[in-house]
Write a protein that binds this ligand. Structure first.
Ligand code: FAD
Ligand code: PYC
Length: 416
């Protein structure tokens, strides 16, 4: 117990917990800021934190239409890995994964990072070839990923179905020993508290309804709590990016689609690695509480429906049962959906736009939780210095005009 003693605990218990210090303030919006960030998910909050911490830019507001972390950041299945194919992607996802390693200390907030190891199963000959190629690409970049045989996978996951008669027999796996999970809410809360302590205004229940421009430059935002002027505006709103960028007249190369997940009742520890199986559209990890955290492929059609559905539940459960027949009697507790933003090459968009002072960070699709610290770090640097950070540079919006795709359709690992 660092900031509070046992006496503080006892005093607050006796006064019905009215005396606790809030983790962050709830300020009224000021009329003007140097930077306004739209969207208090993990990426927006990390950007605000690193703007203040690394660049001394503290006259910053971060606005959210709901509560902070209430979008995909609080709805994802928390898988962290950096085993991508292209060097540009490996650079940003590994920066992020390595920042996760020290994030509890950095934020003085336990984010429960658990590098328990992660398996991407090979269930088809195609996956076998692609994942072997990824191992080579990762090793060239200095990452410790390995290719495991079927027997080695069975050794790590005794419950897995390794029968040669399975519909898609297990052939091996791509293994990242330092991949894993973290507590999603804690990422949002830790960055929010850190940013607030450095002077950033975290403003919830404040929806952006318009973006003001004068000529070719951004001048501020319209919100449900009034107009706010800003020298720079950074849009970090995941599945709603296209809607917000449209307010500034910028058309985004994105599609919005629901991705669903569910958790089971808690059971005894039985799975201590993360298992992903793209071919059958299913993945699973076991939380510290004992629940199985389960997800599948994205919804087939574009939509803004932030909820679960029976067809997705059935499809994902079917995939899981093929891999783990022993799960057949587990009861599911909750199911939900989040709206993710897919780019054509399944890679993010980070950087400036044609409107001076208007920045965007989006397109993380089904896989942006793992990228939060790295994305925030390089985006803050790009905004503060008015030029792309070298790791962000390949992910500029202009790559779609210039045909410089960073194709991660396979390593994105979730069916879509
Ligand atoms: P969000 O957290 O969605 O934040 C955007 C914010 O913008 C929201 O809080 C929203 O309220 C706000 N906003 C929107 N419109 C407005 C407006 N007009 N005004 C003000 N605010 C606005 N990634 C992984 O790496 N690993 C995983 O295991 C994983 N699993 C997933 C499972 C599911 C079911 C889902 C849905 C996603 C998963 N992802 C995963 C993807 C990951 O969750 C996202 O890529 C990531 O959280 C995006 O973070 P963000 O900060 O960009 O967006
Ligand atoms: O990107 O690794 C990922 C992921 C896992 C589950 C959803 N996305």
């Amino acid at each position: 117990m660092n900031r509070y003693s046992i006496f503080t605990l006892a005093r607050n218990a006796l006064t019905f917990h009215k005396g606790w210090q809030k983790a962050w303030r709830s300020p009224e919006p000021k009329s003007e800021y140097d930077v306004v960030i739209v969207g208090a998910g993990g990426h927006g909050l990390a950007t605000a934190y690193y703007l203040a911490k690394e660049h001394g830019v503290t006259n910053v507001a971060i606005l959210d239409k709901g509560w902070l972390g209430g979008g995909n950041t609080g709805r994802n299945t928390t898988i962290i890995r950096s085993n991508y194919l292209q060097p540009e992607s490996i650079a940003i996802y590994e920066l992020s994964r390595s920042l996760y390693e020290g994030l509890s200390q950095e934020l003085n907030f336990n984010i429960m990072f658990s590098p328990r190891g992660l398996l991407n199963l090979c269930l088809t000959e195609h996956e076998l070839r692609v994942f072997k190629r990824i191992v080579h690409a990762n090793r060239i970049a200095g990452l410790d990923t390995q290719f495991l045989s079927r027997e080695e996978v069975k050794g790590l996951v005794p419950l897995i179905n390794d029968s040669p008669d399975a519909r898609y027999p297990l052939l091996g796996a791509l293994y990242q020993p330092r991949g894993g999970t973290a507590r999603h809410d804690a990422i949002a809360w830790g960055y929010a508290r850190g940013a607030d302590a450095l002077g950033v205004d975290v403003i919830q229940n404040c929806a952006v309804t318009g973006i003001s421009r004068r000529g070719g430059s951004v001048t501020g935002v319209d919100t449900t709590r009034g107009k706010i002027k800003a020298k720079k505006v950074a849009v970090v709103a995941a599945g709603h990016t296209s809607v917000i960028m449209d307010m500034a007249g910028v058309r985004m190369p994105l599609e919005s689609v629901a991705l669903q997940a569910m958790v089971s009742e808690p059971v005894k520890p039985m799975l201590d690695v993360v298992v992903m199986a793209g071919a059958v559209h299913g993945y699973v990890s076991q939380s510290d509480k004992g629940e199985l955290v389960i997800g599948g492929g994205a919804d087939a059609c574009n939509n803004y429906s932030q909820r679960g559905s029976i067809p997705a539940l059935e499809h994902t459960a079917t995939a899981l049962l093929e891999l783990f027949p022993a799960f057949s009697r587990m009861r599911m507790l909750r199911q939900w959906g989040g709206i993710v933003d897919m780019s054509a090459d399944r890679s993010p968009v980070i950087g400036e736009t044609d409107v001076k002072g208007l920045y965007v960070n989006c397109g993380w699709g089904t896989g942006g939780f793992k990228a939060i610290p790295g994305s925030g770090f390089v985006f803050a640097d790009s905004i503060a210095n008015d030029r792309p950070h070298p790791i962000a540079e390949p992910f500029g919006l202009n790559r779609f005009l210039e045909g410089r795709m960073v194709d991660e359709s396979t390593a994105a690992a979730v069916a879509h």
